[in-house]
Design a protein around this ligand. Structure first.
Ligand code: SF4
Length: 183
């Protein structure tokens, strides 16, 4: 069966987007899928990958104060072949774009992308008429699962983005919302 079309926008500025998609599992039994999905969602392995200032927020979210380890996503991997979550944190320059595509394609499926910050979402403050060096949204290159706006987004917002990825994998939210926590 053909991989689903994940709706990549047409390439611009001559940069080819990532090829292919995620093939359906060979064994497709709902209880088994649920078991694997829950385990997958609770042990996301992000790739150690930062492009600009938003990467500082990604670093802080993994440290003691915000402690992403509480939610199972702290094992940053130096190789994309061991990672299933790419947080695109920063400005995607056209010079860097082919490397972003290559890294995404090298990640094993199933894999997830979090566009972190306004630059990764739309070009952010570098989007203006006549600019020639910036990709105006990483979703022109690779499929994005969750967008976290901000310049930069707060670490709490990045955590919410990780929760949204977990919800996308399992179909339910696992952690209480801020307003549900008694003060
Ligand atoms: S969104 Fe703002 S903080 Fe993030 S990389 Fe762009 S300019 Fe830097």
């Amino acid at each position: 069966m053909a991989a689903p079309d994940r709706g990549l926008t047409p390439p611009r500025a001559g940069i080819a987007p990532a090829k292919g998609g995620i093939l359906p599992p060979i064994i497709n039994l709902r209880p088994i899928n649920w078991f694997f999905d829950v385990n997958r969602a609770m042990s996301l392995w992000p790739v150690t990958f930062g492009l600009a200032c938003c990467a500082i927020e990604m670093m802080s979210v993994s440290m003691a104060r915000f402690d992403m380890a509480r939610f199972g996503a702290e094992v940053f991997r130096p190789s994309v072949r061991q990672a299933d979550l790419m947080m695109v944190t920063g400005t995607v320059s056209k010079k860097m774009a082919p490397a972003v595509v290559r890294l995404y394609e090298q990640m094993p499926a199933p894999k997830f992308v979090l566009a972190c910050g306004n630059c990764a979402i739309s070009g952010g403050p570098f989007k203006f008429e006549g600019q020639y060096g910036i990709v105006e949204g990483v979703d022109q290159l690779i499929p994005v699962d969750v967008y976290v706006p901000g310049c930069p987004p707060r670490p709490e917002a990045i955590l919410e983005g990780v929760f949204a990825i977990q919800e996308k994998i399992t179909g339910r939210r696992w952690w209480p919302k801020a307003e549900e926590i008694p003060s």
